[in-house]
Ligand binder design. Structure first.
Ligand code: F6R
Length: 274
């Protein structure tokens, strides 16, 4: 795992976007695993900006989202299908037929989960899986005690997740209590993981996930098992990380980060998304 800390939210988001853009340019038919949530809104804004301003081409890529609420139709403004269309898909040149999100309205949820897993397998797996982390330590909706080998399935949401996400609904009572989510086992099969974490409110859970023991109580800690995982945090989220000096050394010295150091410097002059 590599942990890269950037000074602020904009710089952290910019770096995550540049990593994704590099992958899409190098492998135009890449399969991306996508996440939703407030953190990702800014990242998608940046990708849209790169599509418009830098000709970033999404025409051949495929996407699989981590999760979807159970019981919300795709056209509900609270569904993750709506979120993805609104924040990303409607603004880039992606083929909508290549965008996959679990169907939380399926009459047979078990069969839907099996279908989703098979679809991922049939395209050769996910090349780069984007992740955010919830305050309950989840990735996707893998709430505490999610088996580290779990596959796509339905999951009840914790009270903490309901508190975190219910402001996006018209009151907590309107928020679904269950969701379909890729499992930890599914996520770990992606060829590469990219976790983006911003804000002081995530500092404790991030330090537990990255520097604490691997435990199903913090399902994000399972990323420690992945051989190619990059964590990008802003300084606020990184506040409790003990290994910060070492992580910074890597970013400033390892050749693989060279091109990103250069763009990070030029971003300082134009630290705005548009
Ligand atoms: C949703 C997902 C979640 C979020 C996490 C952080 O698809 O994967 O794990 O990434 O709940 O959400 P925000 O960014 O809203 O704090």
């Amino acid at each position: 795992m590599q942990v890269i800390v950037r000074p602020d939210l904009m710089a952290a988001t910019e770096l995550a976007a540049r990593i994704i853009a590099k992958r899409v340019r190098a492998f135009p038919d890449t399969t991306l695993g996508l996440a939703t949530g407030v953190t990702m809104e800014r990242l998608y804004e940046k990708l849209v900006h790169m599509h418009r301003g830098e000709n970033l081409d999404f025409s051949l890529i495929r996407t699989f989202n981590l999760d979807e609420y159970i019981g919300l139709p795709a056209d509900s403004r609270h569904s993750y299908r709506h979120y993805m269309n609104h924040h990303l898909f409607n603004h880039i040149n992606i083929d909508a037929r290549n965008t996959f999100i679990p169907n939380g309205m399926a009459s047979d949820l078990k069969a839907e989960c099996a279908r989703y897993e098979k679809r991922i397998k049939d395209v050769g797996g996910i090349d780069l899986q984007l992740l955010g982390i919830g305050k309950a330590g989840h990735i996707g909706f893998n709430e505490p005690l999610s088996a580290l080998k779990s596959r796509t399935r339905d999951k009840s949401l914790t009270p903490m997740t309901i508190v975190q996400n219910s402001p996006l609904f018209d009151g907590p009572e309107r928020m679904p209590r269950r969701a379909l989510t890729m499992g930890i086992g599914t996520i770990l099969e992606a060829k590469e993981l990219l976790l983006l974490v911003t804000g002081r409110s995530k500092a404790e859970v991030l330090s537990n996930a990255v520097e604490g023991p691997i435990t199903s109580m913090i399902s994000a800690s399972a990323i420690q098992l992945h051989e190619k995982c990059t964590v990008i945090a802003d300084a606020a989220a990184a506040e409790l990380l003990k290994g910060r000096e070492y992580y910074d050394w890597i970013f400033h010295n390892e050749p693989e980060w060279g091109e990103f150091r250069i763009s990070a410097n030029s971003d300082l002059q134009t630290s705005e998304f548009r």
